[in-house]
Write a protein that binds this ligand. Structure first.
Ligand code: NAD
Length: 438
């Protein structure tokens, strides 16, 4: 890791002075090269993580070249402000690259989130030491070979594999790494915040969530059910934005429950290589055990498991795989542990509500504030509730519809700072004001 920081520091001298247009061309070329290796990356992501291959093909892997193209072109349009002082003076803001950026990413969307950080950091003229998750290192390793093949200048991107303790922690404490971008769990984010605070590093934290999915009785019913299934179980529920608390208004609760249950029971958990598998495997044995223990906790708290709730044993060579049935729980109060702690698995808790006021209060009652979804056909209500919910992202009548330009991130214990679009470029640059007396 120390050698990687040294190499990055050395490379910063020339990369930070490389014209934007040239940096952009290099990153565009890298995007093309990633695309040429799509098949290999898709197979590796699915095998390493357990996610269905079709999902890696539709979402994870296409996002890697997209991230590079997006920021390679964004940097060409990135601008800064001028503040003119009534003829007395002119202030202009320079936005300069900072130095070696430490980029630490999780296992749930391995290449997608790694490139989401690396691309803006490099486009802005920084060099990078990246630490992918030790749980899913494979696509980052293949990516490092692709970077060499694409002729990425030496030292600008250094990928160091290892555990959080051995590589991540020293990276955050390294005196020559002034900026850290982290995506992962809230507990880890807390450790990074304490490690970096005395060193006054620039810090972006994208952390956990316990996102509310709110269905009002005037919602377009079929769309709400379909989206609830996606928000609960996509990627085996291992997306920070999953809607793990499903609030449904009392007058449609029974009908919603019955349709939601039926659709969930139809989901196929199976071989990740099979196109017919809706869900694949949980990422690791340790994580599977954590999810199962959270289901037990829900039972202990008085929750009723409506469907799922168990490990699933597949046939043949996958019989020891880490599969969990999509699980729906009901009957728990909004303030119990199950409804407050992130589970990060295919588990959703259904909670009925009476009024708009009640549901806003329950939705805001956790320490998290990453995202929320609201389903309603009342436009005024959509605006009112969106404004009242404590979260960085609110979707109305949809879920996980992403535009790469928007400010992305969470409130409260879900995050500090925003990534995405020019927010990322602002984060990865330092503003400097120059005041000229006229
Ligand atoms: P994690 O916190 O265990 O690990 C994330 C990364 O941090 C890994 O690379 C890990 O090695 C590293 N790390 C661990 N300890 C460290 C330390 N002390 N110092 C520096 N680095 C350290 O998270 P995970 O289990 O890989 O990912 C799941 C979590 O990520 C969930 O909580 C999920 O909500 C969150 N997540 C958030 C977002 C978001 O955008 N907000 C996106 C995806 C995942």
């Amino acid at each position: 890791m120390n050698q990687a920081v040294e190499a990055a520091q050395q490379a910063f001298k020339s990369w930070s002075r490389t014209p934007k247009r040239e940096r952009s061309d290099i990153l565009m070329k890298l995007a093309d090269e990633i695309e040429k290796h799509s098949d290999e990356l898709i197979a590796a992501e699915s095998k390493d993580n357990g996610k269905p291959k079709w999902l890696a093909q539709a979402v994870d892997i296409p996002r890697a070249p997209e991230n590079f193209r997006f920021f390679a072109t964004a940097i060409l349009h990135f601008n800064s402000e001028i503040h003119e002082m009534d003829g007395q003076a002119l202030n202009y803001t320079l936005r300069q690259p900072i130095g070696v950026a430490g980029c630490i990413s999780p296992w749930n969307l391995p290449l997608y989130l790694l490139t989401w950080k690396v691309a803006p950091a490099l486009a802005a003229g920084n060099t990078v030491v990246a630490k992918p998750s030790e749980v899913t290192p494979m696509t980052a390793f293949i990516f490092s070979k692709i970077c060499q093949k694409a002729g990425l200048p030496k030292g600008i991107l250094n990928i160091v594999h290892g555990t959080g303790e051995k590589v991540g922690d020293p990276l955050t404490r390294h005196p020559d790494v002034p900026i850290i971008s982290f995506t992962g769990g809230t507990e880890t984010g807390g450790k990074i915040a304490s490690a970096t605070a005395p060193l006054f590093k620039k810090l972006s934290l994208e952390m956990g969530g316990k996102n509310p999915n709110i269905i009002f009785s005037d919602a377009e019913f079929d769309n709400a059910v379909e989206m609830a299934v996606k928000a609960s179980f996509s990627n085996q529920g291992q997306i920070c934005l999953c809607g793990s608390r499903l609030f449904v208004q009392e007058d449609i609760y029974d009908k919603f429950k019955s349709d939601f249950l039926e659709k969930t029971r139809n989901l196929v958990v199976g071989d990740p290589r099979d196109n017919s598998s809706n869900l694949g495997a949980i990422v690791s044995k340790q994580h599977m055990e954590k999810i199962l223990s959270k289901i037990e906790q829900a039972r202990d708290e008085g929750g009723k498991v409506l469907t799922g709730g168990k490990r699933l044993q597949l046939d043949g060579e996958l019989k020891n795989g880490y599969y969990i049935e999509p699980t729906i729980i009901e009957g728990l109060p909004a303030d119990c542990q199950t409804n407050h702690e992130e589970i990060f698995g295919p588990v959703v808790s259904m909670i009925p509500f009476k009024s708009e006021e009640d549901v806003i209060s329950m939705a805001n009652s956790t320490r998290y504030g990453l995202s929320a979804s609201i389903f309603t056909s009342d436009v005024s209500r959509a605006h009112r509730v969106a404004s009242a919910i404590d979260s960085g992202i609110v979707w109305v009548n949809t879920w996980l519809l992403r535009d790469l330009r928007i400010p992305f991130g969470g409130m409260k214990s879900s995050g500090i700072g925003r990534e995405g679009g020019f927010n990322s470029l602002q984060f990865f640059t330092e503003s400097k004001n120059v005041c000229i007396k006229i």
